[in-house]
Design a protein around this ligand. Structure first.
Ligand code: E4P
Length: 220
């Protein structure tokens, strides 16, 4: 399973990319609104930092508008993926732009059948929203698991992005469910790398190293 970063913050993206674990980025209008900068310049800067897919969302509600936005976004950089919501107009737009070679990530997916339709329309990625389903008492990860199974049974190449990830256990469950990608907020990524036993282990090793006669640390 690949890890994408779910943020529009260039600072977070630069840091996470330097860890060598980030294969792509997803944004949405809410995340972009936190940056206080024009949308296209944010997308352009992210695409310069990340070589993998960078999802940027269209906000039109009609297919013609979504197609126009998709064309404009795809001119920003070759790795832009256009996020389009799963509506009838969204499906029309996905099928039109995918024939032009523009990759799409169909978003706001809450059922495997929505994911199947998106894939049949030509989506490169589908994004089931795990956390938002959990929030209303459903088991969000079931949608990821069922979608992965359906795509496998029917030889569908569309990739499943587990989205709306709220904590590390979501990432663990997404990996076990066979998601191709989990898109994680930077806070979750930081939580994934931490473990109190790792911290304690480093402390103990350093304390013991200081007892080694003549021991020094690189750069000291
Ligand atoms: C990413 O593709 C989604 O837009 C994002 O994960 C949604 O997360 P949220 O439900 O925490 O807003």
């Amino acid at each position: 399973m690949q890890i994408f970063l779910d943020t529009a913050s260039v600072a977070e993206i630069r840091e996470a990319v330097s860890w060598g674990v980030v294969s792509g980025v997803t944004t949405n209008p809410t995340l972009v609104s936190k940056e206080g900068r024009p949308f296209l310049s944010v997308v352009e800067e992210i695409c310069q930092i990340v070589k993998g897919p960078v999802s940027a969302e269209a906000v039109s509600e009609d297919a013609d508008g979504m197609v126009r936005e998709a064309r404009e976004l795809s001119r920003v950089a070759p790795n832009v993926v256009v996020k389009i919501p799963i509506t009838p107009e969204g499906l029309k737009a996905v099928s039109r732009v995918s024939r032009e070679g523009i990759r799409t990530n169909v978003t706001l997916i809450f059922s495997p059948l929505q994911a199947l339709l998106a894939a049949r329309a030509g989506a490169a990625f589908v994004s089931p929203f795990v956390g938002r389903l959990d929030d209303i008492g459903h088991v969000g990860m079931d949608v990821v698991r069922d979608t992965v199974d359906i795509f496998e049974i029917h030889g569908i190449e569309t990739q499943v992005i587990a989205a709306s990830i709220r904590h590390p256990v979501h990432v663990l469950e997404a990996a076990k469910a066979g998601a191709h990608i989990a898109t994680v907020p930077f806070g979750v990524l930081k939580a994934m790398v931490q473990h109190p036993l790792t911290d304690r282990g480093i402390e103990r090793f350093l304390a013991d190293w200081a007892k080694v006669p003549g021991a020094s640390r690189p750069g000291q």
